[in-house]
Design a protein around this ligand. Sequence first.
Ligand code: ADP
Ligand code: MG
Length: 331
Amino acid sequence: MEDEVVVEAKQLLVRYGDFTAVDHISFAVRRGEIYGFLGANGAGKTTTIRVLCGLLPPTSGDVRVAGIGYRQDEAPLKAVARPPWGMRISAGGYERVERTIKTKVGYMSQKFTLYNDLTVGENLDFIASLHKMAPAVYRRRRQELLEFISFKKNLGDMVGELSGGIKQQVSLAAAMLHDPEIVFLDEPTAGVTPAGRLRFWKLIRRLAENGKTVFVTTHYMDEAEQCGRIALMRDGRLIAEDSPAGLKKLIFPEPVFEFDPIKPLSFSELKSFETHEAFSFFQPYGHRFHAAAANAEVWARRAPDLRTIFSIRPIAPSLEDVFIRAIEGRR
Ligand SMILES: Nc1ncnc2c1ncn2[C@@H]1O[C@H](COP(=O)(O)OP(=O)(O)O)[C@@H](O)[C@H]1O
Ligand SMILES: [Mg+2]
């Protein structure tokens, strides 16, 4: 079952009026994977997640989540409740699909998860009632999940008074309450402290170890590094998809080096490196620089000069470098 595909999109297209937010993207996620979605704001990540959670019907294309497939390439809404891909159900089909999908997926949305003016317990009660959970099942799950996130506060505490990190952990517990097989986490650690982010990712890894499939978006490259595979989104298109190491090779086929200045650099020197013929990529990285060699011959010719200014060592590019080159499209 390890390589079983549990989330799949084929030629998924989502338009808001005339505007194309998601432009014919295709991908497949296997059970137990941590699958990362990376892209600048507006790339179409949240829109894709909303389709996969059954909250937004696609304009066209096929989507299958936890064995439930659906499509909408003709009006009125038409949906497929089970394989094969081509089979359709009309008349309220999408609503039926939507209800079924919600039992299989958990969703931590980017903007809104818990009510600040309710207690932790009231929030969880409310979510349990939305899922129509039996009281005994709910209490057991709640206990398990509070232990899972090592919740040390009280159920009677107001959510608004929790720290950002704890609030996001409670949101995760809330998203997992009905024991979904797949969980969609949309920027779950935005605004969380570094220590809180580390704790949150420990939870993500444990979910995946327990066979849950995690679909996550983040702007933090140290988090992206922990994904099994990453999809890079730009302007609604999926421009690359691979493991972190694979993406680095794909986006940087040429050798990459770290440059550590051995003397202070002037601004004009720095500017000149950005357009230097030896580099196809030159970016600050902390107080150092990451540079990709434009071509071996130029590199060999210019390297002795450069070594009077920098101490140079070969490295694997960082995911930040990948993001800058692939997403922001800089040289
Ligand atoms: N309900 C909507 N109506 C019109 N445009 C939208 C709507 N939701 C999102 N968009 C637009 O679609 C694009 C993709 O948005 P979104 O999926 O939220 O991207 P991301 O999550 O990657 O930041 C953006 O340009 C956004 O402004
Ligand atoms: Mg978003």
